[in-house]
Design a protein around this ligand. Structure first.
Ligand code: 5RP
Length: 278
């Protein structure tokens, strides 16, 4: 790898630990004003705690301080809303734009087993071809359609395909036998959190994923929909970067509860119906 891509990857994965805590706040690109992200001011106190922010260009421009030290991975795919066929995605943001916005990476979804599987895979190939020219790392997201099982066989297939096409990082979901998914994928895997879980369960999933070979998280709802988002991101960091157990991290989350910054508004108590589908 050339200097540029290595340098960008070092802004995503901590050079000290080789791991990353990415904060995913891109959900609005197909879900609209998602619970916890209705007012993007809610996530501002969390940004410095993340190694990397996974975000669309619209939110980056309107809501994120350009002086931030947190690196940016730009969501560059989109198209259908939660009301449509989710696999009908295309590339929505150019490489020139990603460079102008000083992104350290770009990310898009692939939908293996879904209606437009082949198109999303060829979109990934085209994105990587272009990204290679500029030393831009590509994160492939193995989005799971409504009918797909989130098991090691299916996720292992999707992750391996993404790596074979040339993705530098793969984001997928945690599942039983996750070590099989990690073993079959020759590039770093980060896990999405999925729908909101009780905090202890989300932290246990994080610990299990790291132990099974994940190189970090790209987590959204289990952080920004927590009753203490600041406490949750601190707890997730302790597991990912310091090797804390889920129990130790849970104690940290508890201790942080009530600290200022990032507390959810009362309107964010219920999980959106729409998000149950993702
Ligand atoms: C949506 C995404 C999200 O970034 C991803 O799902 C991570 O967020 P969460 O932890 O809420 O699942 O790529 O397609």
């Amino acid at each position: 790898m050339d200097f540029g891509i290595k340098n960008r990857l070092s802004k995503i994965f901590s050079p000290k630990t080789g791991r990353t805590v990415m904060l995913a706040v891109d959900h609005g690109y197909f879900q609209g004003p998602t619970t916890g992200l209705r007012d993007m001011k809610n996530i501002i106190p969390l940004v410095p705690q993340a190694d990397c922010l996974f975000v669309t260009r619209g939110i980056l421009r309107t809501s994120i301080d350009p002086a931030t030290k947190t690196s940016i991975c730009l969501r560059v795919s989109g198209g259908p809303s939660i009301l449509g066929e989710l696999s009908n995605e295309d590339i929505t943001t150019s490489m020139e734009e990603a460079l102008r916005l000083n992104a350290s990476g770009v990310g898009m979804s692939i939908f293996v087993g879904a209606k437009n599987e082949d198109r999303t895979i060829s979109n990934l190939g085209r994105l990587i071809n272009e990204a290679q020219r500029y030393g831009m790392p590509v994160l492939a997201i193995t989005a799971v359609g409504k009918e797909m099982a989130r098991d090691a066989r299916y996720l292992g297939l999707a992750c391996r395909m993404a790596a074979e096409i040339g993705a530098n990082i793969v984001k997928t979901y945690y599942c039983e036998d996750f070590h099989k998914v990690a073993e079959g994928c020759p590039v770093p895997i980060v896990i999405a959190g999925g729908k909101k879980l009780p905090e202890m369960e989300a932290l246990q999933m994080t610990e299990d994923a790291i132990r099974a070979g994940a190189r970090g998280v790209d987590m959204g709802r289990n952080i920004f929909q927590s009753d203490s988002p600041a406490g949750m991101i601190k707890a997730v960091r302790a597991i990912v970067h310091k090797g804390a157990t889920a129990r130790e991290a849970f104690d940290l989350y508890h201790a942080s509860k009530g600290e200022s910054g990032g507390k959810r508004s009362s309107s964010a108590e219920a999980v959106d119906e729409s998000m149950e589908k993702v």
